[in-house]
Design a protein around this ligand. Sequence first.
Ligand code: NAD
Ligand code: TYD
Length: 352
Amino acid sequence: MLLLTGGAGFIGSNFVRDWFSTGGGPLVNLDKLTYAGNPRNLEGLPAGAQHAFIHGDIADRDLVSDLLEKHGISAIVNFAAESHVDRSIHGPEDFIQTNIVGTFRLLECARAYWSGLSGDRRSSFRFLQVSTDEVYGSLGPNDPAFTELNRYEPNSPYSASKAASDHLVRAYHHTYGLPVLTTNCSNNYGPYHFPEKLIPLCIHNALAGKPLPIYGDGQQVRDWLYVRDHCSAIRRVLEGGRPGEVYNIGGWNEKPNLDVVRTLCAILDDESPRTDGRSYSEQITFVKDRPGHDRRYAIDARKIEAELGWRPQETFETGLRKTVRWYLDNSEWVREVVSGEYRNWIATHYAS
Ligand code: NAD
Ligand code: TYD
């Protein structure tokens, strides 16, 4: 039985969907349901014994220890995190609490539980830490893409908190022998993405006739990966990754933000044209840059391909079109997500 944390968020809920659609066994889904966690993301999925949803915090030792014992957990996949860089700039505290303290407590519970296992159950146990390429810092235009050997040089409170948790994961392997795996992935996009992040924000704003805010000059580069490709990579690492190893996951798909938003507008022009016949790209608006904004991320994903045979299936164009169609077909989901708390965030953050 798998214990998934943060499984009501963007990637976690896609992972649950992917897991069951590929014949995965029962799982326990532990999620605190912060503003980013949404039970509606899990609609239509198995429930009950197949998929036990637990509303709780990864930092709650008693709860986590109890879940591990009660369900005889064989692996933990840790998605739970505060994940938005801009929120980490406005208020880092929650990031320290969940990403660092929470991961530490989860590791402590995992270590105590795993120490009590024996035989195959002990040797096959895994703790998979879902991390980000942002821990490696920012690349110059001609630097090679990040490999697993790059130094950690996090620049935002978000990436620093993820880096700290990755270091703890590493240390629990080195010191206690806990069989851990770490994945560092590039920017994801796809269904159920909370509309505070660039792609879903721009889809939502475009359709609502609002500005599409581009930070600074829009030439910051990210390496985009369709979320279901990330999910299949995590499955591969869980099945075949070597304990103690790090695997970088990316889309081989570097794009400047402005190109991303222009491509998005072209797809929207095609799929849901503006009533006045003009292009959504006319809504693009340059706004003040993010403080400390990393210029470029790029992932060298050769290790996971060579060792585990994983490569992304979607191109940016196919993945983005699927994403746009999902948002057009799921306007009710967006309407519910764009709640009071969300509106406060947009009003405060974009006011400046
Ligand atoms: P998200 O913000 O959409 O979801 C996070 C989920 O974690 C939410 O459901 C939230 O309720 C839950 N959560 C938060 N604090 C918790 C706590 N203390 N206990 C239990 N649950 C808690 O994030 P996401 O985009 O799905 O990212 C998932 C993971 O993948 C994160 O660890 C993130 O750092 C990592 N990651 C994300 C990306 C990306 O592009 N989104 C890329 C690489 C890595
Ligand atoms: P985001 O989706 O927040 O992901 P991350 O910061 O983790 O890479 O942002 C993706 C890129 O888009 C990043 O360079 C910041 C930029 N961006 C904008 O230009 N405007 C926006 O309104 C947002 C949210 C992001």
